[in-house]
Ligand binder design. Structure first.
Ligand code: ZN
Ligand code: MN
Length: 507
């Protein structure tokens, strides 16, 4: 990126999340439509036929409120729906049932962890409830070359929560971290599966690049300072993955800066992200905000949410990810890296805490030390095994008590770390066999000095060349002798003691 120091980047994000409900937003059609035959999950309501009446899905509203609670929002006690009018083939009613002036949630925030471990607060303008539209397939007739469009209404009427941030994200990386935080949060509480490949979460960033000192942030809006003229913002659509949020913004910012440097101006418009070519491409210009002619949905009365109902929903909210991160730092003293890896997924963090509890019982050391040892074993050994084999932690039936005993054996110097790792990796998918190995260790004693001495003597006799090299000043060769001795001892000795004895015998 060229001359970025002269410019500042202002990003806002809109994220649509498909809510994890049984049925659609305003009808009883099955909401699990993925890979189902086109137009097999439809009824007069979600087809938008005249004369039908929408009935709001209670669970969808609860999940949106839960998301609001997880993101520090104010939650409305009256739910009002509005019609958002626009004409498009995937919207046969001619309007989408959404929310205009009274969203379910407003004024929230999430904290994202930056690379240096510090946090940045990203404020949310609102989270509103709406219905998804149908999906269009643009086809070409192979005989006549004529273009036509097919529409699948399975997705029509799927409940959505739309999250809108204030324009306070300052880099593509922050935008990615924000999207990751939202995906993590909806997964933590079963609000959505947040699978972008399946279209369950869709991100639309908008970005503008302004000259340093030409703008100020006032109440969630970007205003020009006196005499300055602001550059228009560009919106990016069709982003299919979290990493593409960052990549598309990097590309777009670079493109805008090149235009500005060339003396060209930026008009407000929408671009699409082409993941194959790695470029954003012009879609349509936007002279002004489209006039959606919002008005209150007359078919749905105001819904009053009692305080007791809201309290009940909030009970589904357990520790939110950023609070868990803070606790892991304070209670366990883990590194930022370990924290982000372990808390990324709620079930992984819960398994980790079971591991710590089991290890605490076995190892009579301070909780903070136990937590660190467990984090090392989990992120170091177990995660690399799972990555290699493409397996999920939740699917392995790991007995954390057994692993704790294995760790205990290393601390009692009955076995080396390397050997313990090997035993774990070889038996991680078979807890019965791990149990046998661990029980054998339990009975075994670490080799005493006499035993070590006799083994070392044997190793020195068998390796006269190494002994000679060592005595002629090649110190590094001692590593080889230690390795040979540890192997003879089957790892059941304290490497420090072995090293000491080798050095004594070589004198
Ligand atoms: Zn339906
Ligand atoms: Mn929307």
């Amino acid at each position: 990126m060229k001359k970025i120091d002269k410019y500042e980047v202002i990003i806002g994000l809109e994220i649509h999340v498909q809510l994890n409900t049984q049925s659609k937003m305003f009808c009883s059609c099955d909401a699990k439509y993925f890979e189902k035959d086109p137009n097999s999950h439809v009824c007069p309501v979600c087809l938008g036929l005249p004369g039908t009446l929408p009935i709001p899905n209670r669970r969808a509203l609860e999940l949106t409120m839960l998301l609001g609670a997880a993101t520090h929002c104010q939650i409305a006690n009256r739910i009002k729906f509005d019609r958002k009018h626009y004409f498009y083939p995937d919207l046969p009613k001619g309007y989408q049932i959404s929310q205009y002036d009274q969203p379910v949630c407003k004024n929230g925030y999430v904290n994202i962890m930056l690379d240096d471990g510090s946090y940045k607060k990203i404020e949310l303008e609102r989270i509103h409830q709406e219905e998804d539209v149908a999906k269009s397939f643009h086809e070409v007739d192979s005989n006549t070359g004529e273009e036509y469009t097919l529409i699948d209404f399975n997705k029509s009427g799927i409940p959505l929560a739309e999250i809108v941030t204030k324009p306070m994200i300052s880099s593509p990386q922050e935008a990615r971290k924000f999207a990751e935080r939202i995906r993590q949060t909806v997964r933590y509480f079963g609000i959505s599966d947040g699978d972008m490949e399946k279209g369950q979460m869709r991100c639309e960033p908008n970005v503008s690049v302004q000259k340093q000192g030409s703008w100020e942030y006032v109440d969630g809006r970007i205003l020009p300072v006196e005499g300055a003229k602001l550059n228009a913002k560009v919106e990016i659509k069709n982003i299919g993955s979290i990493s593409a949020v960052e990549k598309s913004l990097e590309y777009e910012i670079d493109r805008i800066i090149q235009r500005l440097e060339a003396g060209k101006n930026i008009t407000q418009h929408t671009r699409g992200w082409d993941a194959v070519s790695g470029e954003t491409k012009f879609q349509r210009s936007k002279e002004s905000a489209p006039d959606y002619g919002y008005f209150a949905e007359p078919d749905i009365p105001l819904i009053v949410i009692e305080q007791s109902e809201l309290e009940k929903i909030k009970k589904e909210l357990t520790e939110i990810p950023e609070d868990k991160e803070a606790r892991y730092k304070k209670e366990f003293g883990l590194s930022d890296y370990d924290i982000s890896v372990i808390t990324a997924d709620r079930s992984v963090s819960e398994i980790y805490e079971r591991f710590v509890a089991a290890a605490q019982e076995e190892l009579k050391i301070k909780e903070e030390e136990v937590a660190k040892v467990c984090a090392n074993w989990l992120t170091g050994i177990i995660f690399s095994y799972l990555n290699d084999k493409q397996k999920d932690l939740e699917k392995l039936n790991i007995d954390w008590k057994l692993i704790s005993k294995l760790i205990k054996a290393t601390q009692e110097k009955k076995i080396t770390n390397a050997r313990a790792r090997k035993i774990l990796v070889e038996n991680i998918e078979d807890m019965n066999s791990l149990e046998k190995k661990v029980n054998a260790l339990d009975k075994a004693e670490a080799a005493d000095d006499d035993k070590i001495k006799s083994v070392v003597q044997k190793v020195l006799q068998e390796n006269p060349k190494a002994v000679e090299d060592y005595r002629s000043g090649k110190d590094a060769v001692i590593g080889f002798l230690i390795g040979q001795s540890m192997r003879e001892l089957k790892g059941m000795a304290d490497p420090a003691a072995v090293t000491k004895i080798i050095k004594e015998l070589l004198k």
